[in-house]
Design a protein around this ligand. Structure first.
Ligand code: NAP
Length: 245
């Protein structure tokens, strides 16, 4: 069966590195974006120039109809999705009392609702095949708490719960469900923290550097591979030792 990967939020950052890596692992890759069509198209062109299959799909993962339409279009283009990487996510720092109801709803709709929408969209074909791999994206703040991260941390703790429960439910069908829990990774998401805070975070990282998107892509590549065929329900922390040590 053709290997087809859908990576949500893969126009930039960690998702982009994952899509690039998975294309090199032999997947036809669906590159999802919400706003930066230019970046998604750029990645698709780069992969095409390397002789690899990819296509860009715009959809807000929080929008169920848009996700269903994206998955239908992806299946029409490449066939059933065999690997779903739920990567799209948003984050902003707020003191708890400053979190608006709108932001609270939006971050849950994207970070958790996005996974719900995409999993339900791809699952019927995976169940039919009794095969498939799902990799969700948690965070070190999905395992620990952090000041000014209550909403984000709550969504990522929920992603951990979703991953473990769904792994248990789907194990009899041989569909594996795992998550990566990145530490501080050098992407647009963390740049608003500023140079000083980022330098402080590097100091707190035993391996003494920010993570690279490629570090997370390597972990996803492993979890998706046959080498991980006996691994399900795991949260693979990739954080340079930030919270693990
Ligand atoms: P990023 O640099 O901000 O990139 C976000 C990506 O997600 C972009 O491709 C963006 O698309 C897409 N996106 C955002 N909202 C979307 C939506 N509603 N529907 C579809 N796509 C959407 O973020 P990142 O740092 O790569 O983070 C990726 C994932 O890793 C997130 O789940 C994040 O929580 C998690 N994570 C990151 C870190 C870190 O330190 N960076 C640490 C732990 C966990 P456009 O380009 O179209 O805007």
């Amino acid at each position: 069966m053709k290997k087809v990967a859908l990576v949500t939020g893969s126009s930039r950052g960690i998702g982009r590195a994952e899509a690039y890596r998975l294309a090199h692992d032999g997947y036809a890759v669906c590159v999802n974006y919400i706003r930066r069509k230019d970046k998604a198209d750029e990645l698709v062109s780069l992969l095409a120039s390397e002789g690899l299959e990819a296509m860009a799909f715009g959809a807000d993962v929080a929008d169920r109809d848009a996700v269903d339409a994206m998955v239908r279009a992806a299946e029409d283009a490449f066939g059933p999705v065999t690997l779903l990487v739920n990567n799209a996510g948003i984050a902003r720092q707020f003191q708890f009392q400053d979190i608006t109801p709108e932001y609270w709803k939006r971050i849950f709709d994207v970070n958790l609702g996005g996974a719900y929408n995409t999993i339900q969209a791809v699952l019927p074909r995976m169940l039919h095949e009794h095969a498939g791999v799902i990799v969700n994206t948690a965070s070190i703040w999905g395992l620990h708490g952090a000041s000014c991260e209550a909403a984000y941390s709550a969504t990522k703790h929920a992603v951990v719960g979703l991953t473990k429960s769904l792994a248990a439910e789907l194990a009899p069908t041989h569909i594996r469900v795992n998550a990566v829990a990145p530490g501080v990774i050098d992407t647009d998401m963390v740049r608003p923290l500023g140079e000083e805070t980022l330098a402080e975070l590097v100091k707190r990282t035993p391996l003494d550097r920010l993570g690279r998107p490629e570090d997370i892509a390597a972990a996803v590549s492993f979890l998706a591979s046959e080498q991980a065929s006996f691994i399900t329900g795991q949260i693979l922390t990739c954080d340079g030792g930030f919270v693990s040590l």
